[in-house]
Design a protein around this ligand. Structure first.
Ligand SMILES: [Zn+2]
Ligand SMILES: [Zn+2]
Length: 500
């Protein structure tokens, strides 16, 4: 029997061997579709695929926090899955990619199997494991959603010329820093000029087959390098580059409204070093929620990101150099990708829309579904004799706590009086005396050096914290400490040197 071969996409690279540089690449739309799909991926998925070595600001740390924090601090057990394995709202498109590196299972259906469930008339299902039914039981795996069911954005097929996101039969040119454009003579000439190519003899053409491992590697390099193709081809080692927060464009301050977060306490030394920030569940939610936001919407919210990478050039190409080659119905899917249903506080602050919850049609009653599962489709006739032979299942918010517990289903982390400490590099701990002592010991700080301040946050400041968390390794220090920038930069350089 023939071995099943792993799918690959072919890319032709134009290499300046002397300068050891890939000048640009040429490909069909299959490769460009895969590149564009990066924008639809939630940040938590990117961190997971890159095995917590994405080097995106503090996001690897943030992801580990969610993994490590006891499930008791979350509204439901499902909240962890929502952050660690967030659903891609464009999954129905991405599953048509030649190579889909997002291995999140997007279409699993979980239901309460309790036949005497008090909520049996609600006909609810969850898209995440371990959601809680109103009756208190945990929802269990039922089946995967059939294809095309619940797809509000199901692609139309579109024939030969139609790709997943791209269209047409033409070739694409992709620069080393991931600007995508349809191939044309004027473009080629301008590229030759840009790279100072006098003699075409100096350019070597090489075919590279990208398998999923290479695509993952390209994703990582697109976040951390301005020359991802060169780095892939010459297998250059990655250097961790920390964002220089000084060169970031100033954000508009017109959205300066208060957000619903209790006042926070900042513990710092008199010599301006931040020990930690004490915040409530709402504050932690604004940080954790970042993991559920798709990359494209993050780039939209902050204009430019990440400073050390070039994946934002993909985003800019969609409404720029590649505009005519992107299917019109996919433009907003890539420029402002939605988050999965039941968005969160972080998405609200960033202005990210959420997908509407799914309604599933089943061809039996809900009770027969519980009793006999999804596979048997004629059970009502033989089993319950019900006249109604079809029903609708409604997607529930997996953050909703069972009836006997009060809770805010808008947030992942349980509210109440719980306080958390967040260190400068976004390490989150439930607040305790021993955790405080540990921070003091680690920082070698005497108690007389300590200074405590209380602050309330505006929406603008929350966005600044989110932005800092995406950009650098010292997110909170860069927002909460006075603008002693020189010292801060020196610190972040030391940190990046220590890590590389
Ligand atoms: Zn139930
Ligand atoms: Zn039935």
């Amino acid at each position: 029997m023939a071995k099943v071969e792993e799918p690959t996409v072919e890319v032709k690279l134009f290499v300046d061997k002397e300068k050891r540089k890939v000048l640009f690449a040429e490909s069909d739309k299959e490769f460009v579709d895969v590149l564009f799909s990066f924008l639809t991926m939630p940040l938590g998925t990117i961190v997971r695929i890159l095995i917590k070595q994405s080097q995106m600001g503090c996001l690897d740390e943030l992801y580990k926090n969610v993994e490590d924090l006891s499930v008791d601090y979350f509204q439901t057990k499902a909240c962890k899955a929502m952050l660690l394995k967030p659903l891609n709202a464009a999954a129905s498109h991405c599953r048509r990619l030649k190579i889909n590196i997002d291995d999140t299972k997007p279409r699993a259906v979980y239901i309460c199997r309790n036949t005497s469930c008090c909520a049996r008339d609600d006909c609810e299902f969850s898209s995440f494991p371990d959601a809680a039914c109103k009756c208190g039981k945990t929802m269990q795996y039922g089946r995967d959603m059939p294809e095309n069911e619940g797809d509000s954005l199901a692609p139309d097929g579109g024939g030969l010329e139609s790709g997943v996101f791209g269209k047409g039969l033409l070739k694409f040119v992709i620069t080393d820093d991931l600007i995508v454009a349809p191939a044309s003579t004027p473009l080629m000439l301008s590229l030759f000029e840009r790279f100072g190519v006098d003699d075409p003899e100096n350019i070597e053409e090489t075919i590279l087959q990208f398998n999923s491992q290479k695509i993952i590697s390209l994703l990582k390099r697109s976040l951390t390098s301005k020359q991802p193709l060169t780095r892939i081809y010459f297998d250059a080692t990655l250097v961790s580059v920390d964002a220089d927060l000084d060169v970031l464009p100033e954000q508009q301050n017109d959205a300066d409204e208060k957000v619903n977060i209790a006042k926070m306490k900042v513990l710092r030394t008199k010599t301006d070093s931040l020990l930690y920030v004490e915040g409530d569940a709402e504050f932690i939610d604004l940080l954790f929620g970042l993991l559920s936001i798709p990359l494209g919407s993050i780039i939209k919210a902050f204009g430019q990101w990440p400073p050390s990478g070039c994946v934002d050039n993909l985003w800019k190409s969609i409404d720029g150099s590649a505009k005519g080659c992107v299917r019109p119905e996919c433009q907003s899917l890539l420029l402002a990708p939605k988050s999965a249903p039941f968005g969160c506080a972080a998405a609200k602050v960033l202005g990210v829309d959420e997908l509407a919850p799914t309604v599933l049609d089943i061809n039996c009653c809900f009770r027969c579904l519980k009793n006999y599962g999804f596979d048997n489709t004629v059970q009502c006739r033989y089993n319950c004799m019900a006249i109604v032979k079809s029903a609708k299942l409604y997607e529930l918010n997996p953050r909703r706590a069972p009836k006997d517990r009060s809770g805010n289903s808008e947030s992942y982390v349980k509210g109440g009086h719980m306080r958390f400490m967040v260190t400068g590099d976004l390490h989150v701990h439930p607040l305790s005396i021993s955790a405080t002592l540990q921070v003091l010991r680690d920082g070698n700080v005497q108690t007389e050096e300590l200074e405590e301040r209380e602050i309330g946050l505006t929406k603008f400041q929350v966005m600044e914290i989110q932005r800092a968390a995406l950009m650098g390794r010292a997110a909170l220090s860069s927002v909460f400490l006075p603008p002693n920038k020189k010292k801060r930069k020196a610190e972040s350089r030391v940190a990046s040197r220590a890590e590389s």
